[in-house]
Design a protein around this ligand. Structure first.
Ligand SMILES: [Zn+2]
Length: 616
């Protein structure tokens, strides 16, 4: 396969609050895919940004007594601990209020507005509409900021766009006794000129029918989108045929991007939000000294957006149409995921205490890779909800990661360190060699599963291989072999095989468990970045294990429930491996000896090897 050039994004989070676990799930989903593609030798640029504009942020900033710019800067400042904490490696994180986005959004708008008559003419239209206006706040009210009595079921205190009691959809003007949620004042109807993107134009309809139904979208997504071409629910509850035009403007005061040649008019936040993908990419390329236009002009460039199911309309209708008719490249695909629920399908709720706060998870010392792995086992390429269940989570981590996977190394590392100076033999016997070949033969299936975002399938395949390795251990019983020095050669073979098998499985798990893979890489001297997972046999031979390093890290981490150590450069003082956590704690590498414990594979419990060096 030739090298692919990929541009990958996740949906831009609205900058009115910290990340919640749903964001983290999406970022993990995309991060796994990106890491996998890079391991295959492909070139990937993976970017995100804060979605900063719109009335809710303007109003929240006003309440906080700061400017919207300050407000979103404060939110942006809190992003890093989440991303670093869960090993989510964006190449760039930017903002939709950045100059690149102002410039790109305005240019895309101009290109849509100025389509010459010879090509069908402008796709932007001005229309005067009536809207509720708050006479005290002196501003037009977004639907969400108008409340009143539901015209259908007469429930009180309902929003201007739909009733949360009976589910009716209506226009704000249908509400009985409407009031402004901002001031409590009775809103007045006032007319104003708005700008519309003519999505109902036959050019748009024809293009979008093709773009959404050519087989690239997930089938369930394509089917949903198809409905929108035939039936549309209007704000007043009636239905119309076909796509409706899209109101892309808002009146001042509004925190957003001013529309060219229309003072006091701003782009509706959803117009400039997806442009933020391009703005973040442009910002990244500028930093690298690369040319944005040349980058986008590469016809081999593939563009993918990971998004949640709630924003499909924007990404399958508005966004591709905006790009196409402004003469730009359209996305190759949009990957839609469901919501993260808890305890068998409940919606997460702060008030019911059923949320899962990402930073709290980290602050409890929970390993971020456990969550990455757990979510990976549940993710597939369908637009389905993913359920988090604490009990299931513990079971999965204990059974797969600790019981099946880490156990392989722990059963071998102690003997190798103690008895064979950490050296591996190159001969594994017929059975061992066959087992390694089996593991290697699974690589295409696993790669296909990752590429298709079928991470649950990939994890199942990898754990089946781990099962095979563990049966091999049970059959050859290294702890029995170790009792008699006459079995030294057999013991050496078995343990060497296990370390090799463990390194192979680590490589398969590397997109999901990047920090662990890094630790294994340091420990065994194998490269996890090996393109296409080719096994380099010569490097497996004559390898010397890092003395005491890996088993030590695993043990501490598992016993304390703490996070994985990040391996870094050798310690300047003693030349041994050190890790961020040790350094952070004591400022230096301290050696200490632990009393001997049996490292004999006693049902999955890890025990440190004799003479192991501990940093404390
Ligand atoms: Zn109602």
């Amino acid at each position: 396969m030739s090298q692919r050039q990929l541009f990958v994004t996740t949906a831009l989070p609205y900058a009115n609050g910290n990340f919640h676990i749903g964001h983290i799930m999406e970022y993990i989903q995309a991060d796994i895919w990106v890491r996998f593609q890079r391991m295959q030798g492909h070139q990937v640029d993976f970017v995100g940004a804060d979605d900063t504009h719109g009335a809710p942020i303007m109003i929240a900033a006003e309440k906080a007594g700061i400017t919207p710019q300050q407000f979103v800067a404060n939110i942006a400042a809190g992003r890093k601990p989440y991303l670093d904490g869960f090993h989510i490696q964006f190449d760039n994180w930017h903002s939709t209020d950045a100059p690149e986005n102002h410039e790109l959004a305005r240019q895309i708008y101009r290109d849509l507005r100025d389509i010459p008559e010879s090509q069908g003419g402008s796709l932007i239209e001005r229309r005067t509409i009536d809207q509720f206006f708050d006479p005290e706040k002196n501003m037009f009210l977004p639907d969400r900021f108008i409340k009143g009595e539901c015209p259908k079921c007469h429930a009180h205190d309902q929003y201007g766009d739909n009733c949360e009691v009976c589910g009716a959809v209506y226009a704000p003007t249908d509400l009985i006794n409407p009031f402004s949620a901002l001031s409590g004042a009775k809103p007045e109807l006032k007319s104003s000129e708005h700008f519309f993107f003519k999505l109902s134009d036959p050019r748009c309809v024809e293009f979008l029918e093709k773009w959404t139904q050519d087989g690239k979208l997930q089938p369930e997504v394509a089917n949903k989108v198809k409905e929108w071409f035939t039936v549309r629910t209007n704000p007043d509850g009636t239905t119309s045929e076909g796509l409706g035009d899209w109101d892309i403007s808002r009146d001042a005061p509004y925190f957003g991007i001013e529309i060219p040649d229309a003072p006091g008019k701003y782009f509706y936040v959803w117009l400039d939000a997806p442009v933020g993908y391009l703005a973040s990419l442009k910002n990244l390329l500028d930093k690298r000294g690369e040319n944005y236009d040349a980058y986008m002009a590469n016809d081999k460039l593939e563009q993918y957006h990971f998004i949640g199911k709630d924003i499909v309309t924007f990404h399958t209708l508005f966004w591709p149409a905006m790009l196409h008719f402004s003469g730009r490249k359209t996305p190759n695909n949009v990957f839609v995921h469901g919501f993260l629920t808890v305890n068998n399908g409940e919606k997460m709720s702060k008030s019911r205490g059923t949320g899962l706060d990402p930073l709290k998870y980290l602050s409890l010392g929970m390993n971020p890779e456990w969550l990455r792995y757990y979510l990976a086992t549940k993710l597939n390429n369908k637009n389905e909800d993913v359920d988090f269940n604490a009990e299931d989570f513990m079971l999965r981590v204990n059974s797969d990661l600790i019981g099946k996977f880490v156990n392989i190394a722990s059963r071998a590392a102690g003997f190798l360190t103690k008895r064979f100076e950490g050296k591996l033999t190159q001969s594994f016997g017929d059975q061992g060699t066959a087992l390694l070949n089996d593991i290697h033969a699974a690589k295409d299936n696993i790669a296909q599963a990752y590429d298709a975002r079928e991470y649950g399938k990939a994890a199942r395949e990898i754990m089946l291989l781990a099962d095979k390795v563990n049966s091999y251990v049970d059959q050859h019983k290294p702890w029995d072999l170790a009792k008699d020095t006459a079995n030294n050669e057999a013991l050496h073979q078995v343990c060497s095989l296990l370390i090799n098998a463990f390194a192979e499985l680590s490589r398969y798990l590397a997109p999901v468990l990047p920090a662990l893979a890094q630790a294994v890489e340091t420990f065994t001297g194998t490269s996890m970045q090996n393109p296409r997972w080719r096994r380099n046999r010569s490097r497996h031979q004559h390898r010397r294990l890092c003395q005491g390093g890996f088993a030590h890290c695993r043990n501490r981490q598992l016993r304390s429930g703490g996070r994985l150590h990040q391996t870094v450069a050798p310690h300047a003082g003693c030349g041994r491996r050190q890790n961020a956590q040790c350094v952070q704690r004591r400022g230096q590498h301290v050696q200490a000896r632990r009393p001997q414990r049996q490292a004999d594979g006693d049902g999955g419990q890890l025990g440190p090897a004799q003479d192991e060096v501990w940093c404390v």
